[in-house]
Design a protein around this ligand. Structure first.
Ligand SMILES: *Cc1c(COP(=O)(O)O)cnc(C)c1O
Length: 356
């Protein structure tokens, strides 16, 4: 059956007619000469939103992470990062391959770690045997961690630690605006201590392409060089940057709808035996199906047969994400499908047990 409700990821969002009009009407020029007015505007808007001196438009969030690591670190340096982070798992070893950087991974619930845990991971400079610790990376919100919002106090503690040890702080802000809308803390406040931070445009903000990296003027000056080296320098990028401008003006507050829909989904499943639903904080819902006697992969395949696509993060952990394009009625239908599937697996399990 074809997929009717796609909760695989918020990257499945598609530009709305109004966003497409903004793109079609965009004023453009050569981005590499800094003559694309729309890209320049998006960069200025993002820098202001995040309280940074400057910003740089890049084709993807992964490139933002990789450019930032390349600017902040030297080969042989080490970053401190959560084990579940996108940087560690989904960027093809980019930190090691492109920047010669080692990753010291930390565990901790919700994709987060404490400043104390990060402090214990800093390599001593007293020996010639160690990497040099150069940066601490946080993911706001944590993706595989469950869409959790790093509390402001935790970020401030990491910031203070970084300052005390001369480390950089990097924020993978793929879903930073989800964290802002969910917590009511401003974006500027949330990334006050960061040396580099970026926003993904192509997730909850609803754009087809793009991400914006922000930091000091010097940081962005260096980032420009790596953007060229990594092949991310563009030409009339205003066509896609216009979607970003439109999104920052129109699609931020509405993230609250995605969060409400995620809660609706989680509430629809949480009383069922055999599944453990993680309380959503933003637009990401995880639930564990081990109690149903199936793997996440088997469960996801069965859901796809019903026209519902979900993904998984872990052997028994199913992930569903809400976004612009998924409305409340689709979420209600998804709940109906999931409840039926969960019921089917549970009764099959009971029957197996009796037979066994
Ligand atoms: C999606 C994602 C990225 C990568 O962004 P792309 O624009 O897909 O390259 C990085 N970090 C996190 C936490 C993400 O969810």
């Amino acid at each position: 059956m074809s997929i009717r409700i796609d909760l695989f990821s918020d990257v499945m969002t598609k530009p709305t007619p109004a966003m497409r009009r903004a793109m079609a009407d965009a004023e453009v020029g050569d981005e590499q000469k800094k003559e694309d007015p729309t890209t320049n505007r998006l960069q200025a808007m993002t820098a202001e939103l995040l309280g940074k001196e400057a910003a740089l438009f890049l084709p993807s969030g992964s490139m933002c992470n990789q450019v930032a690591i390349r600017v902040l670190c030297r080969p042989g340096d080490e970053i401190i990062v959560h084990r579940s982070a996108h940087i560690v798992n989904f960027e093809v070893g980019g930190a090691a391959a492109l920047s010669g950087v080692s990753s010291y991974v930390l565990d901790g619930p919700g994709g987060m770690f404490t400043a104390g845990e990060a402090a214990a991971a800093i390599r001593p400079l007293t020996s010639n045997h160690h990497c040099r610790t150069r940066a601490v990376c946080v993911e706001q919100t944590s993706n595989i961690g469950g869409g959790r919002v790093w509390p402001l106090a935790a970020l401030r503690e990491i910031g203070a630690l970084c300052r005390a040890h001369g480390l950089a702080m990097h924020m993978d802000g793929a879903r930073l605006m989800n964290a802002v809308v969910a917590s009511g803390v401003s974006a500027e406040e949330m990334c006050r201590d960061t040396d580099s931070v970026w926003l993904d445009l192509s997730k909850g903000l609803g754009c087809p392409v793009g991400a914006v990296l922000a930091g000091s003027k010097d940081f962005i000056k260096d980032a420009w060089r790596w953007k060229h080296q990594f092949g991310g320098a563009l030409r009339q990028s205003g066509i896609i940057a216009a979607a970003g401008v439109y999104a920052l003006e129109n699609n931020v507050a509405r993230l609250a709808e995605d969060h409400a829909n995620a809660r609706l989904l989680a509430d629809g499943l949480k009383d069922l035996p055999g599944v453990i639903v993680e309380e959503p904080e933003t637009n990401i819902v995880f639930f564990d199906v081990e109690g149903l006697g199936c793997t996440a992969q088997e469960f996801a395949a069965a859901a796809a047969e019903e026209g519902l696509r979900v993904s998984f993060g872990g052997k028994h952990r199913i992930r569903a994400i809400t976004y612009l394009g998924i409305d409340e009625s689709m979420v209600r239908e998804a709940v109906t499908i999931l409840r039926r599937l969960i019921g089917d697996w549970a009764s099959r399990r009971m029957a197996d047990k009796k037979a066994g």
